[in-house]
Ligand binder design. Structure first.
Ligand code: ZN
Length: 82
């Protein structure tokens, strides 16, 4: 379990269940456990609720039939949930 926060203003954005090793590149909607962003209507872009900067873009993986947010490099921080 990891906490994703905004790289600009450090606001916490989401609690995410990460699978596998390596750096985080995208967030699958089904693995976002908690979010300070309203994802109920699955907006096309993810904006930080605090500083309003764009953090991710929604992408669709037809092969997996899954929606995910592709994170923009270097605009977010990740830390483990203690
Ligand atoms: Zn922010």
């Amino acid at each position: 379990m990891i906490i994703i926060s905004c790289g600009h203003c450090k606001a916490d954005l989401a609690l995410y269940q990460k699978v596998g090793r390596g750096g985080l590149q995208r967030m699958y909607l089904e693995r976002i456990l908690k979010s300070s962003i309203d994802l109920s209507d699955a907006p096309g872009t993810l904006l930080c609720p605090n500083c309003k900067r764009q953090l991710a873009t929604k992408v669709y993986f037809s092969r997996k039939n899954k929606e995910a947010y592709q994170l923009i490099r270097a605009v977010f921080n990740v830390r483990p949930l203690k």
